[in-house]
Design a protein around this ligand. Structure first.
Ligand SMILES: NC(=O)c1ccc[n+]([C@@H]2O[C@H](COP(=O)([O-])OP(=O)(O)OC[C@H]3O[C@@H](n4cnc5c(N)ncnc54)[C@H](O)[C@@H]3O)[C@@H](O)[C@H]2O)c1
Length: 251
């Protein structure tokens, strides 16, 4: 399948996990991919892996929580690779806190990367998408659709991504742009260590059972396959959708 032949995509969070898997999947289907991540070495490795597989990609340093950094990276992708038609916002962070103990700097950081960062990447990509059409895929989480203990900032940020998606979808509906959201459940990536290593003392594992499913984790590649479908012309009629792929967690 070469659903993205001749297209340019920007993907954030490409140094690891879902962002890396998505960049690799889009590149394997013909996209030239602008890879945006704050960790340069990991991001450059992703680009090397894509090139080794015969694809085209460019590593761009980017802190998604910083508007200037995002604008420079997305404009850089467009000037090197061509008009951006697809934007996927995978960059995300998270950890557990007892809400009554969470420092406000951590709240700001999680909201800054997950929610503001998602908006900033969309905002920087939109001028290119408006010039001929395109697709945005945001990444939320089951945590944006249900409560999750010790995760007030993460849940708030992902719930924000869900409704940010709907807002942008309705705003650009008549401009040949679709905006949809993929909401994964547990995925086998390093972010899970950031959560498991910060479980507050005395936290109840019983409460955490509600965020686990008998189906276990997905791989990032499984989720990237859904992201690629939503980003492709096969999903032309899908707009403002929140696509859960979470092993039945949010049934
Ligand atoms: N892994 C899961 O269980 C799970 C479940 C649901 C949703 N998600 C979401 O999927 C997305 C991808 O997460 P993942 O599991 O691949 O995690 P990951 O930790 O493997 O990858 C996250 C990537 O984002 C990058 N990043 C972090 N801060 C950044 C910033 N300020 N600017 C640019 N890049 C930055 C990191 O360097 C890393 O490469 C996230 O939005 C996450 O919230 C993950």
């Amino acid at each position: 399948m070469q659903r993205f032949a001749g297209q340019v995509a920007v993907v954030s969070g490409t140094g690891s996990g879902l962002g890396k898997a998505t960049a690799e999947r889009l590149a394997s289907e013909g996209a030239a991919v602008g890879c945006l991540d704050i960790v340069d070495a990991a991001n450059e490795q992703t680009v090397k892996d894509i090139e080794a597989a015969g694809g085209r990609a460019l590593a761009l340093h980017c802190d998604v929580s910083n508007a200037d950094s995002v604008r420079t990276a997305v404009d850089g992708a467009a000037s090197e690779l061509g008009r951006v038609q697809v934007a996927v916002t995978c960059a995300g962070i998270g950890r557990f806190w007892n809400s009554h103990e969470m420092p406000s700097a951590d709240w700001q950081r999680i909201l800054g990367v997950n929610l503001t960062g998602t908006f900033l990447v969309c905002q920087a990509a939109l001028p290119y998408l408006l010039d001929g059409g395109g697709r945005i895929v945001t990444i939320a989480s089951n945590a944006g659709l249900m409560g999750q203990p010790y995760s007030a900032a993460y849940c708030a940020s992902k719930g924000g991504v869900v409704n940010l998606t709907r807002a942008l979808a309705s705003e650009y509906m008549t401009r040949n742009i679709t905006v949809n959201c993929v909401a994964p459940g547990g995925m086998d990536t390093p972010i899970q260590n950031d959560f498991s290593s910060t479980l507050p003392e005395g936290a109840s594992l019983k409460e955490l059972h509600r965020i686990m499913t008998p189906m276990g984790n997905s791989t990032p590649q499984e989720i990237a396959g859904v992201v690629a479908f939503v980003a492709s012309d096969e999903a032309r009629y899908m707009n403002g959708s929140i696509v859960s792929i979470d092993g039945g967690l949010t049934i």
